[in-house]
Design a protein around this ligand. Structure first.
Ligand code: PAF
Length: 286
């Protein structure tokens, strides 16, 4: 079958129904488009895992705050379609906001049923500076799950908090879908690949490199036996470029999502920082 580019929910559902009848498994890769090597690794994993692969491309308005980059967020449908085609994707689902939320829903904040992930997990790291962001993410992902009914869904480890929240949503709401987290993809020099990297000037990109360098240093010291979060934090901060505006550098137990004072196996070390006007995130798991 040739790849289908669908922007209507009904169109997607029709195909899904036929695949289900044939007993085929379905993998979903939810994205906001501007596809890069990170997304490509998710799509490749989906191709290896499921019989059919659906990629959704939707810049989800309800996960952006009023002063965030929703309008400016890169939209590159033509090149996204080419990438998906070259990777053997079966359906791209690229709806307009009205298709997902109805004509007037977004005009009023109080007119939509939301999924609210637990407050203690949301009120830290990225959730702290982006109130409502993870409600918007969980809500759109649940909608996509209901439309596509996948067996597997693929998300990048780069958004570690998002991945944790979505795994928890699936468990808490008894959703019969396996969430597969995929490793962070980096440029050769270590910069984590992100759709927002295109905002960086050459000079900013150089400064941004100190983010992954700081994380590498933490990993190196941890492997040498240093587990004090205070020491690891101070060393990492001293490596960050002086023009970088650090939003957070946190050490979190990745089983419980509770802050820890002692780095140990399965500690998530997560960082968010602004380089110029661009907000970047990165992390490692020890
Ligand atoms: O990670 C993203 O690109 C988005 O948050 C997602 C999961 C596609 C939901 O809009």
């Amino acid at each position: 079958m040739d790849m289908l580019l669908a922007n209507k929910i009904e169109n997607v559902k029709e195909n899904i129904k036929n695949w289900k009848k044939e007993g085929l498994t379905i993998g979903l890769v939810p994205t906001m488009g501007a596809l890069h090597k990170g997304h490509m690794s998710l799509i490749k994993k989906a191709k290896e895992t499921a019989d059919k692969v659906v990629v959704s491309i939707f810049v989800n308005p309800i996960q952006f705050g009023p002063n965030e980059d929703f309008e400016k967020y890169p939209r590159t449908l033509e090149s996204d379609v080419n990438i998906c085609q070259s990777l053997g994707v079966d359906i791209i689902f690229a709806p307009a906001p009205n298709e997902m939320y109805g004509e007037n829903t977004l005009l009023s904040n109080n007119n939509l049923t939301y999924v609210c992930p637990p407050y203690n997990v949301v009120d830290m790291l990225c959730g702290k500076s982006r109130p409502g962001h993870f409600d918007g993410v969980a809500t759109v992902v649940l909608k996509l799950f209901n439309i596509v009914q996948p067996d597997f869904a693929f998300f990048g480890q780069k958004d570690a908090q998002q991945l944790f929240i979505l795994k928890k949503m699936v468990k808490d709401l008894n959703i019969n879908i396996k969430i597969i987290g995929c490793p962070i993809v980096r440029e050769k020099d270590g910069l984590a690949i992100s759709s927002r990297n295109i905002y960086l000037s050459e000079a900013e990109r150089k400064k941004a490199l100190s983010i992954s360098q700081a994380l590498n240093k933490i990993e190196q010291l941890y492997k040498q036996g240093i587990s004090s979060v205070d020491i690891l934090f101070d060393t990492a901060v001293s490596i960050l470029d002086k023009d970088i505006d650090l939003e957070y550098l946190e050490f979190i137990n990745y089983d419980t999502f509770i802050r820890t004072q002692k780095a140990e196996k399965n500690t998530l070390v997560a960082i968010a920082a602004r380089v110029g006007n661009t907000r970047l995130i990165d992390n490692i798991i020890l």
